[in-house]
Write a protein that binds this ligand. Structure first.
Ligand SMILES: [Zn+2]
Length: 240
């Protein structure tokens, strides 16, 4: 393979590593933000469950207070029944007693249902509290890991960057210029494309037979794809 192509390939490898590290470093805060968002939504759900539990308990207290009032009222009505002087009065008191008793029974049934619901809610809240505590620890740990990883990536990046600078000085200026021009043109970072089967592996265009012939004949010369202008690297197939 041409010396120039080899140098260009080295530059390309470093540049792609740098781009990858950069993307990783930039991607980390986004990942952390996603985890924090998830944590917040779990916190909100727990708050909602807590609020439901509180209103459940309030309602149970309200029903129990109402029933205490009914008990008092029934006792009072029963005394009034004794003092009734007409059948009309008697019927009215008895109706009222029956009404209070029906309401008491209804309230008791509601209380039972609410108690059961409350038990489920309390269990849910307790479970969510445990899960949330674990999740908070896990998110903190991930944050620390991300920080450490981005520090490692940054150091790796600095090292590659320095090597890249050094290599840039060693590469013939004309080649470096051509490389940089192609790198700006092709955002995928592929400056050197492999040509196999008479095709440019980057733009997928066929290479003219006459050019292919030259590539085969002069392995030390630098050729470019006539379509995308990338430098071509040629690895002749090894025959068994
Ligand atoms: Zn091409």
């Amino acid at each position: 393979m041409a010396q120039e192509v080899q140098l260009a390939l080295q530059l390309q490898r470093m540049d792609r590593q740098l781009a990858q590290l950069e993307a990783e470093i930039r991607g980390l805060p986004k990942k952390i933000a996603e985890l924090e968002k998830q944590l917040e939504s779990h916190e909100r759900r727990l708050e909602a469950d807590r609020a439901a539990l509180a209103s459940n308990q309030t309602e149970i207290r309200r029903l129990s207070g109402a029933n205490a009032d009914f008990v008092e009222k029934i006792a009072k009505l029963k005394k009034q029944v004794m003092q009734a002087t007409t059948q009309e009065q008697l019927t009215a008191f008895q109706h009222e007693i029956a009404f209070c008793e029906t309401e008491t029974t209804k309230n008791e049934a509601s209380s039972m249902r609410l108690l059961e619901e409350g038990e489920t809610l309390a269990a849910t809240v307790k479970q969510a509290e445990v899960a949330l505590a674990e999740e908070r620890v896990a998110v903190e740990k991930r944050k620390e890991e991300a920080k450490a990883l981005s520090e490692v990536d940054r150091k790796k990046g600095v090292k590659i960057y320095r090597e890249r600078q050094q290599l840039g000085k060693e590469v013939p200026p004309k080649l470096l210029e051509a490389y940089e021009r192609l790198r700006r043109k092709h955002k995928d970072g592929i400056v050197v494309a492999e040509c196999t089967e008479a095709m440019c592996s980057a733009c997928m265009m066929n290479i003219r037979p006459a050019l292919m012939q030259q590539i085969r004949q002069y392995p030390d010369k630098l050729f470019n794809c006539e379509s995308c202008l990338r430098m071509l690297s040629y690895n002749p197939p090894v025959s068994a």
